[in-house]
Ligand binder design. Structure first.
Ligand SMILES: Cc1cc2nc3c(=O)[nH]c(=O)nc-3n(C[C@H](O)[C@H](O)[C@H](O)COP(=O)(O)O)c2cc1C
Length: 235
């Protein structure tokens, strides 16, 4: 079976998506598998036709602002414009996100389902994985064991559907690790060091987070303004 994997991470190396593709490979071995990275590749005509003639497309990408990053979006638009003569293609998605809950990926999964409707392809299944940044720390633990238990089980289910060309219920999971512990660890070992590397202090991270609370206030003002206008009009 011809399977094409699209790595949709904007990172050129060491992405969680790349690790997830590594995890997937043993489950689909024995098939004709080709992998592309939307950031690294300027797709040629031959590469596009290779994608269009696959039996299975597996998109592996991170969640960006509850959605799809611009590199992947541009690629999807281009692929949609080129179209598919052979509509007999099943699409599966493995989406990872930074927050603990894999459920956060459901909007991005819906976007991919809509893309399938637009292109006439069949949507197979989503695997949404939370706490993506944790996965590189767990890479020496075999799938299906300890903190990688859920991920191993989910990969087994997804690959079963891929290989049998069936549809499956969307799976949204997190690693088998306490949420509160991950929050502390991620702050100390991932987010704070990353902020520092980008010239930001911890406090500035929190200041930025507070900006979002300005949105509901503005919205509240707008609602109050609207309702006062309404009551004036009705008087
Ligand atoms: C610009 C940007 C936006 C993001 N938006 C979200 C988000 O809305 N929700 C979330 O849970 N994680 C979000 N993340 C975190 C990424 O999904 C997370 O870091 C993921 O593990 C990256 O995967 P990758 O290494 O395969 O690119 C965002 C990250 C970036 C850089």
């Amino acid at each position: 079976m011809k399977i094409c994997i699209i790595n949709g991470s904007p990172k050129t190396s060491k992405s969680v998506s790349e690790l997830l593709i590594e995890y997937l490979m043993p489950f689909i071995e024995g098939n004709e598998v080709v992998t592309y990275n939307v950031c690294r590749t300027d797709f040629s005509k031959t590469q596009f036709s290779q994608i269009q003639s696959s039996e299975v497309l597996i998109f592996v990408f991170p969640l960006y602002v509850d959605s799809i990053n611009s590199h992947l979006l541009r690629f999807l638009v281009e692929l949609e414009k080129k179209g598919f003569e052979n509509k007999n293609i099943n699409v599966y998605c493995i989406i990872n996100n930074g927050f603990y809950e894999g459920r956060q990926n459901h909007v991005a999964a819906d976007i991919m389902k809509n893309w399938c409707k637009a292109t006439g392809l069949t949507y197979g299944q989503t695997l949404g994985i939370g706490a993506g940044e944790m996965l590189p720390f767990l890479k020496d633990i075999p799938l299906g064991h300890g903190p990688n238990k859920n991920i191993g089980i989910a990969f087994q289910k997804l690959s079963y559907h891929v290989l049998s060309l069936n549809k499956g219920k969307d799976l949204f999971i997190s690693p088998n690790w306490p949420r509160f512990l991950w929050k502390i660890q991620a702050s100390l070992y991932v987010w704070y060091p990353r902020a520092k590397k980008n010239g930001l202090k911890r406090k500035e991270l929190k200041d930025k987070a507070n900006l979002s609370t300005a949105v509901p206030n503005t919205a509240n003002k707008a609602i109050k303004w609207k309702s006062s206008k309404k009551s004036k009009n009705s008087n």
